[in-house]
Write a protein that binds this ligand. Structure first.
Ligand code: NAD
Length: 265
């Protein structure tokens, strides 16, 4: 039996959707008939190519807003832009994220501040702006892309682990505040997915741990993941589509691991 997620003509903002997981999730929503506001950094010509390709492939409207996730006013403007463009906002995916791998003793203060701003505080600003719109509609879905590092820690990732644990707590708080409004808030906690963010870490980890890049891939990155396989975009997209559909109405405040068993250990 074919299952419809019933998302046609819904509207989603996906932060950090010019690359990696965010791009894949935006594409999966577009394939279900959702109009999209893309966001993220990158070369303007490449971003325009991505935007136009998504529109052409799925026959939906795709807009781009270049809000910098360290800038509260720009984040609020992005949410207002989505509402103005499409007249509604059904789905907010707080996905933008960055990483820096270094011991606490030498961890640069500006890297700490940047990671907390992009990986945690931006979700507060976007959610704050989206809530009045979603409440007025009587329906909305907020999905925060946390991490297995929202549930457990690893060394050398202090800011990232703090931000991801923080976003799991923020998700639960939003879920409780919004529980009777028709708006849900949930977090997806992926294990390792092979995106530019992870590829960059391979070199960083090799330096921090004094190991070869091949050893880091085999014995550090996939060592944490019992399946010994990277998580696929489609596996995250399937959970997102469930969470944002009517079937997901009673899932609220959950932090769902999609990590090949990493956090089961
Ligand atoms: P990625 O580097 O491929 O993409 C990150 C996106 O965030 C890009 O679109 C980038 O432009 C955007 N971004 C970065 N700084 C920004 C800023 N200041 N303003 C606006 N946009 C900004 O990374 P990814 O691996 O796809 O990660 C996406 C999310 O998934 C992150 O929150 C990450 O922590 C999380 N995650 C990733 C993995 C993994 O293994 N890749 C695992 C768990 C969680």
């Amino acid at each position: 039996m074919a299952y419809s997620f019933g998302l046609k003509d819904h509207v989603a903002v996906v932060t950090g959707s010019t690359s990696g997981i965010g791009h894949a999730l935006a594409d999966a929503l577009a394939a279900e008939g959702v109009d999209i506001v893309l966001n993220g950094l990158g070369d303007p010509a490449e971003i325009e190519k991505t935007r136009a390709a998504m529109e052409a492939a799925h026959g939906v409207k795709v807009r781009y807003h270049g809000a910098d996730m360290t800038q509260p006013a720009q984040i609020a403007d992005m949410v207002a832009f989505a509402h103005k463009q499409f007249g509604r906002l059904d789905i907010l995916v707080n996905n933008a994220g960055v990483q820096h791998v270094e011991a606490i003793e030498t961890f640069p203060v500006e890297k700490w501040d940047q990671i907390i701003a992009i990986n945690l505080t931006s979700a507060f600003h976007a959610t704050k702006a989206a809530i009045p719109i979603m409440k007025a509609q009587g329906r909305g879905r907020i999905v925060n892309i946390a991490s297995a590092h929202g549930l457990v820690a690893s060394p050398f990732k202090s800011a990232y682990v703090a931000a991801k644990h923080g976003i799991v707590g923020f998700t639960k708080t939003a879920a409780l505040e919004l529980a009777t409004s028709g708006v849900t808030a949930n977090a997806i906690c992926p294990g390792y997915v092979k995106t530019p963010l992870v590829v960059a870490q391979i070199a960083d980890q090799a330096k921090s741990r004094g190991m070869s890049e091949e050893d880091v891939m085999k014995n550090v990155i996939l060592a944490a993941q019992p399946t010994k396989k990277f998580v696929e975009f489609s596996e995250l997209a399937g959970l997102l589509l469930y969470m944002v559909s009517d079937a997901g109405a009673s899932m609220n405040g959950a932090a769902v691991a999609v990590d090949g068993g990493w956090t089961a250990e």
